[in-house]
Design a protein around this ligand. Structure first.
Ligand SMILES: [Zn+2]
Ligand SMILES: [Zn+2]
Ligand SMILES: [Zn+2]
Ligand SMILES: [Zn+2]
Length: 345
């Protein structure tokens, strides 16, 4: 296990995995909130054209991908802000044009082979170069600072664009910021996750965290942790099992999501079974026992000296708002928490 750390390429792959795992979900949460989960996928398509141009001109594929992805991000936001129905078609042209151009140019590039095309699309642990790491670290820092410093504003705009505009927030610049941070994340991820799979690492850890997190901020932290575990775990498994790292990382992330979903549903089932029965209760509540009866969900509670008692089999249950909530949580496990509660950032 530790011997993998003795290889330089593995050290670099693991550092890249830590960077990607931490920052990809931080951007993804705003994309989910804006219902743009697949936009990262589109930027990955465009970045491939950048990679291809980099290979063709023998310049750095990373920088060329960054330039193209950032340009695409800005154009995408401008098209979306235009709000025309033809906007969808324009986005499709950009995304598919990007990947088509990428595939064709890579085939004609001096160093372009089917093998390195696959590595760019699906990730490979052996491809992180020493000079990539510095660029990735700097870009990851940009994403980290951007999402944490601007979090309240980005949250407000992503949550309710109309309201944010009405209250005088610079909506378009903030949306462009999310787009550019997405583009930057795509580029940081291209080596080990791959351009076709990076979107999954932005979205899946958030989907898992939102099953149990109680606030937007905690969902963000948990998603980042889940992303980190999936990315680092995926790189290790990829080395041991000789599989493409991007596919391995994403499968691991989906596995974590299923694990969390199962845990959450188990927990709410247990909670709904646990209930507080009143120990001794000589009095029998009824229509005219003198205690006010109040409707509580699908049954009736009796107000008894400041408590709420509900008849249940041979005894009375102690009820309050919380028991009620638990029972209903049990009915529909896995309801995502953060957006629905409209919490503060
Ligand atoms: Zn009574
Ligand atoms: Zn009740
Ligand atoms: Zn009672
Ligand atoms: Zn009971």
């Amino acid at each position: 296990m530790l011997d993998l750390l003795s290889y330089d390429f593995m050290q670099r792959a693991l550092v890249a995995a830590v960077l990607v795992g931490l920052v990809a979900p931080l951007v993804g949460i705003f994309l989910i909130q804006r219902r743009l989960s697949l936009i990262g996928d589109g930027m990955g398509h465009v970045a491939l054209a950048g990679v291809a141009i980099g290979l063709f001109t023998s310049t750095s594929p990373v920088w060329a991908a960054l330039v193209l992805a950032v340009a695409a991000a800005v154009i995408i936001e401008l098209i979306r802000a235009g709000g025309r129905t033809s906007g969808d078609v324009a986005l499709a042209l950009i995304f598919y044009g990007g990947i088509a151009l990428g595939v064709v140019i890579i085939a004609k590039a001096p160093g372009g082979t089917p093998a390195n095309l696959t590595a760019y699309l699906f990730g490979a642990i052996t491809t992180v170069r020493p000079d990539d790491l510095w660029v990735f670290a700097a870009l990851a820092l940009v994403v980290l600072l951007g999402t944490s410093l601007l979090r309240p504003r980005l949250f407000a705009v992503a949550n309710d664009e109309e309201y944010a505009r009405a209250s005088g927030m610079p909506v378009l610049p903030l949306n462009i910021t999310v787009g550019v941070l997405t583009a930057v994340t795509v580029v940081v991820s291209m080596r080990i996750v791959g351009l076709l799979l990076i979107s999954a690492l932005m979205i899946v850890p958030n989907a898992a965290a939102q099953l149990f997190a109680r606030s937007f901020a905690s969902a963000m932290r948990w998603a980042s942790l889940i992303g980190l575990v999936a990315a680092v775990g995926g790189v290790v498994v990829s080395y041991e099992a000789d599989t493409p790292s991007g596919g391995t990382i994403v499968l691991l992330a989906i596995g974590l999501f299923l694990l969390v979903a199962a845990g959450v549903s188990l927990r709410s089932r247990v909670l709904s079974r646990v209930h507080a029965a009143v120990r001794r209760h000589p009095h029998e509540h009824g229509l005219d026992c003198g205690h006010p009866a109040v409707a509580h969900g699908d049954h009736v509670d009796y107000l008894h000296d400041g408590h709420r008692h509900a008849p249940h089999e041979e005894h009375y249950d102690e009820h309050d708002e919380r028991t009620h909530e638990h029972e209903h949580d049990g009915d529909r496990p896995g309801e995502p928490a953060p957006q629905g509660r409209g919490g503060r950032p």
